[in-house]
Design a protein. Structure first.
Length: 302
């Protein structure tokens, strides 16, 4: 691991030491200020000091907070040592394993991820599947068909590992010999891949318990990791609804909704989502966005 990667982790990861890391937007601002600084340090790997941060325009309290985060070297070493024993790998925005598709999130792109399983699977072509926990029989058939088609057509299936649509699609994909990328709302310590075709992914820290806001935040990762995202079923509230609306606003990936006639799915279609009828779902490759304009994004360094 390079010094720069350790810097990402020191500033942006939860290390179980009670300190709140920088948000992706805060880290992006810090990095932009450092790169734009006129007086580039002669030693580029030298840790930032309070005087450097004050010169970058930070107030004293914020400068002290950043320095305290940078001084967590022992906590980071201990945290990564336990992660290694568990087979958990850290991935920063400058790591080779960082999924390029996540860069379309812009300032919302995670600075730090943790992965359990084969990290090379994260670079596979992928489709995402989201949907309700309580499925109708038709919704369950739709989710399972998406999982099976993903395996058959060479896509990794990205989902959230929740009961209902997520697990239905994931199980179908694995049963058909496919690859599953499960983005979790909690940590990785209790999630061990049962085979070499499953990889678990989480943000912030590998040890964290599930909380409501992290469950909602991970939805952006699911939508962005897929070349296209399919909605098996949606109510007019909840994580599927909120994540799908946000995708339509921001253009993370083309969104296709199972046209089951429900109010939630009809509302998403009226906002610009493509439609998919169960009886016509024979291939994922042929799905093309209709009204949804994809947000423009460019690969970036770091």
């Amino acid at each position: 691991m390079t010094g720069a990667e350790r810097g990402f982790l020191l500033l942006c990861a939860e290390l179980g030491d009670g300190r709140k890391p920088l948000t992706p937007a805060q880290f992006r601002t810090l990095r932009a200020r450092v790169l734009a600084r006129a007086e580039t340090p002669a030693e580029p790997d030298r840790p930032l000091e309070a005087a450097d941060l004050l010169a970058l325009g930070y107030d004293g309290e914020t400068a002290r907070r950043i320095v305290e985060l940078m001084n967590r070297e022992q906590a980071l070493s201990d945290y990564l040592s336990i992660a290694e024993e568990l087979g958990i790998q850290p991935i920063t925005r400058i790591s080779a394993a960082y999924p390029a598709r996540l860069r379309r999130l812009g300032e919302q792109a995670p600075a730090v991820l943790f992965c359990r399983g084969d990290a090379s699977l994260l670079s596979r072509p992928a489709v995402a599947l989201v949907g309700s926990r309580e499925l109708t029989s038709e919704g369950a058939v739709f989710a399972a068909r998406v999982g099976m088609l993903a395996a058959r057509e060479g896509y990794a299936l990205v989902s959230g590992n929740a009961r209902g649509a997520d697990q239905t699609a994931q199980n179908a994909c694995l049963a058909a010999g496919g690859v599953v990328i499960a983005v979790l709302p909690d940590g990785l310590q209790d999630h061990v891949p049962e085979n070499e075709r499953t990889v678990y992914l989480c943000e912030w820290g590998w040890h964290l318990p599930i909380v409501a806001y992290r469950a909602l935040e991970r939805n952006r990762l699911i939508h962005a990791l897929g070349e296209k995202t399919l909605v098996a079923q949606s109510h007019l509230s909840g994580g599927t609804w909120q994540g799908s609306q946000e995708n339509l606003r921001r253009g993370w990936s083309p969104l296709f909704v199972h046209a089951d006639g429900s109010p939630g799915c009809n509302a998403l279609i009226s906002m610009g989502a493509g439609t998919v009828r169960l009886e016509a779902l024979a291939s994922l490759r042929t799905l093309q966005p209709q009204q949804l304009p994809l947000g423009e994004w460019k690969p970036e360094e770091g």
